[in-house]
Design a protein around this ligand. Structure first.
Ligand code: NAI
Length: 254
């Protein structure tokens, strides 16, 4: 028996990287999974991989910055699987620029995808999680939600907000038996990290090697982060809410 047998999870940004690894892991633990993403090519492949492995999954085309998409994604999940127990708010984007070089449009977009999305997805999913008798919401923050970083002003602002939204939501929804926790990954080998290298004009090799300079001497894998999400999604963390877990190979330790 998997630890999530009989549960339903929505994973945003599940077509790639951390979201993809988490969708696969939650499904292997028995959850029915909605793979929510704007990527209409890769998203259905993740859902297909889950069903090929004998699990349950649907793909929902969802731009998490858009209210109607978030609402429809929750409704499609309920129609397919009968409810919602777990919400992993994970989709995110980064713009590597300081205040001077960040346009207003880029600022608004980062805030919409990284923060407003959590508000919207939670707004539509929470009534169903209450109906289920409670559940778990996990938000993806970042090490840069806890400390500042260079040339990432909109991203740092958004991830700081994710960390504190997590605490506020934990307070509001604890009495409804909904736990709300945050994972703060360090540099993890995904398309986002390679995209950052391109934005900064560096090669993948140099950028990724620099990112591995931390106590555990390597960058993270999406699977490293997925295991932390599973902990928060399952009853193993039954008395944990409002927590912020750094998963970064010790990068912020000193
Ligand atoms: P990724 O780029 O591999 O995956 C992000 C996914 O989000 C993609 O499938 C993309 O299509 C989707 N997405 C982007 N905009 C969307 C939108 N508007 N609506 C729906 N889906 C959308 O990136 P990764 O690394 O897996 O990122 C996942 C989360 O982890 C993000 O919130 C990111 O900020 C966070 N994170 C990543 C770190 C890293 O080093 N990779 C470090 C710290 C945090």
């Amino acid at each position: 028996m998997g630890s999530l047998e009989g549960k339903t999870a929505i994973v945003s940004g599940a077509a790639s990287g951390i979201g993809r690894a988490t969708a696969l892991l939650l499904a292997r633990e028995g959850a029915a999974v909605t793979v929510a993403d704007i990527d209409e090519a890769a998203g259905p492949k993740v859902a297909g991989q889950i069903t090929d492995e004998g699990g349950q999954a649907i793909f929902a085309r969802c731009d998490v910055s858009q209210s109607a998409d978030c609402k429809r994604t929750v409704e499609e999940t309920v129609a397919a699987f009968g409810g919602v127990d777990i919400l992993f708010n994970n989709a995110g984007i980064i713009r590597r620029a300081d205040v001077l070089d960040t346009t207003e449009e880029e600022w608004d977009q980062v805030m919409a995808v990284n923060i407003k999305s959590i508000f919207l997805m939670s707004k539509y999913a929470i009534p169903y999680i209450i109906d289920a008798g409670g559940g778990s919401i996990i938000n993806t923050g970042s090490g840069w939600g806890l400390v500042g970083g260079g040339d990432a002003i909109s991203y740092c602002a958004s991830k700081g907000a994710v960390v504190n939204m997590t605490r506020a939501m934990a307070i509001d929804h604890g009495p409804q038996n909904i736990r709300v926790n945050c994972i703060c990954p360090g540099d993890t080998d995904t398309e986002m990290l390679r995209n950052e290298a391109r934005q900064l004009g560096e090669t993948d090799e140099v950028f990724l090697a620099g990112a591995g300079d931390r106590p555990l001497q390597r960058i993270g894998t999406p699977e490293d982060i997925a295991q932390a999400v599973l902990h928060f999604a399952s009853d193993a963390s039954a008395w944990t809410t409002g927590a912020v877990l750094v998963v970064d190979g010790g990068g912020l330790a000193g």
